[in-house]
Design a protein around this ligand. Structure first.
Ligand code: ZN
Ligand code: ZN
Length: 434
């Protein structure tokens, strides 16, 4: 697989193709349709694995541009193929899903959508991770590529992946034949918008891009009873509280200083009423690491602490520890990252291509790489440049992805996203045909 990739890399690297950057005229010609799609999808977000309307909107746009579109790949996934003569297959991926977050941006196009989550609870839904912007950029890019076929050769493979936020969609698309029913890409590309960079910029991270992610659910078993009669109960809420605090000593006391590790308890569920001590308490954790050995160390410490705190609290049953989601870090092929710096600089300006260190949020894009698709996963600036500068000088931070206040500066970010994607795709699809 490595040899094949090396061969392809050199085959693709044939120089002599001058113009990869999309012209302003090309971007302006597709921008308003891309922006319309952004507004529509932003106002109609759908939860992970339920992206039916979103997928069909994306599919319809791509079909109208002449792409060969297949829907329902791995659930609600979309695959769009545009063949254009001999040459490699290059994949560009967007996610489809939104999050159970109540939007508080106050924007005129803010989401007001509610839906039932998988446990049947009513939740507000918001594109708080910017996947709506990724879809809009992909459609703008698809239009430019479809309208400029003489500028590239090969097969463009665009995919709309469901359920990224639950780290399940990439696996389901692969299991449903993503790389067997469709051409297997020689290279893959994806981007993610965030407020870590101002809109107008892109970030490249050669090598390790993000973290290993593990989701755990810990169920602590107590003994329920009357809130006024604690002596007749084993209170799982008190055990949960002690467990949460003890878990915070893993990173601060057990992991070697300087090693990357995060342990977050993102939810705690227990009880129904003030005067009832419940039977059990549930904790939801996310764990992030860079190194395999640190990952192993942290997961082992969580198990040890959860069991020991339950024992200390007098629980008669060991807690149940379920490892329900896991994904490996995304590794950016360093040679590919270096190669694509040139077209990115040509597209958005040398000063606007930033080299960044790895980030903490995770992704199931790593599964595509593990299938033998060397990739570049890069960052797209989303912050209003003025607010970004103000927050930098004030030492504050702008709302992160997943915040109810996350609101990318759409116009510059979407323009830049389209320009960057076109430049990268044209570069990758430029060398194999004369
Ligand atoms: Zn996200
Ligand atoms: Zn995301």
């Amino acid at each position: 697989m490595k040899t094949a990739w090396l061969f392809l890399f050199f085959a693709l690297a044939v120089p002599g193709y001058a113009q990869t950057a999309a012209t302003s005229k090309e971007v302006e010609a597709v921008y308003s349709a891309a922006h319309d799609l952004y507004l529509d999808i932003h106002q109609n977000p759908e939860l992970s694995s339920h992206e039916t309307q979103t997928a069909s909107k994306l599919a319809a746009r791509l079909r109208s541009l002449g792409h060969e579109v297949t829907e329902g790949v791995g659930g609600t996934g979309v695959v769009a193929i545009l063949k254009n003569g001999a040459g490699p297959t290059v994949m560009l991926r967007t996610e489809l899903d939104a999050l159970p977050v109540e939007e508080k941006t106050g924007l005129p196009y803010a989401s007001k959508v509610h839906a039932k989550d998988d446990s049947g609870r009513d939740v507000a839904v918001m594109h708080a991770c910017g996947h709506d912007l990724h879809m809009a950029a992909l459609v703008g890019t698809a239009a430019i590529m479809a309208h400029s076929k003489p500028s590239w050769h090969g097969t463009l493979m665009l995919i709309g992946q469901p359920a990224e936020e639950t780290i399940s969609g990439a696996r389901r698309m692969i299991d449903d034949g993503l790389f067997t029913r469709f051409p297997k890409p020689a290279v893959g590309v994806a981007l993610h918008v965030s407020n870590d960079l101002p809109a107008g910029q892109v970030g490249i991270t050669p090598g390790i891009y993000n973290t290993n992610a593990d989701s755990l659910r810990i169920t602590i078993y107590g003994k329920g009873g009357h809130g006024a009669l604690p002596q007749s109960t084993i209170d799982p809420i008190v055990i949960a509280a002690r467990t949460i605090l003890a878990l915070q000593t893993i990173v601060s006391r057990e992991v070697k200083p300087g090693e990357m590790a995060v342990v977050t308890v993102g939810y705690i569920r227990a009880g129904t009423k003030n005067n009832i001590i419940p039977d059990q308490a549930e904790l939801g954790l996310t764990v992030r690491t860079f190194k395999a050995e640190v990952r192993k160390q942290v997961l082992a410490a969580i198990t040890r602490i959860a069991k020991a705190e339950a024992l200390a609290g007098g629980a008669q049953q060991e807690p149940l520890i379920e490892h329900n989601e896991a994904t490996d870090l995304v590794y950016n092929d360093p040679a590919l990252a270096e190669r694509l710096r040139t077209p990115l600089e040509a597209a958005v300006g040398k000063e606007n291509v930033i080299t960044e260190g790895p980030i903490a949020p995770s992704e199931d894009y790593s599964l595509f790489i593990q299938q033998g698709v060397p990739s570049l996963y890069f960052s797209l600036g989303g912050a209003d440049p003025q607010k970004f500068a103000e927050s930098k000088s004030a030492g504050t931070t702008l709302p992160s992805n997943h915040s109810p206040y996350f609101a990318p500066d759409v116009d510059p970010a979407l323009h830049t996203g389209i320009k960057a994607e076109v430049a990268v795709l044209r570069n990758l699809l430029s060398g194999a045909s004369k």
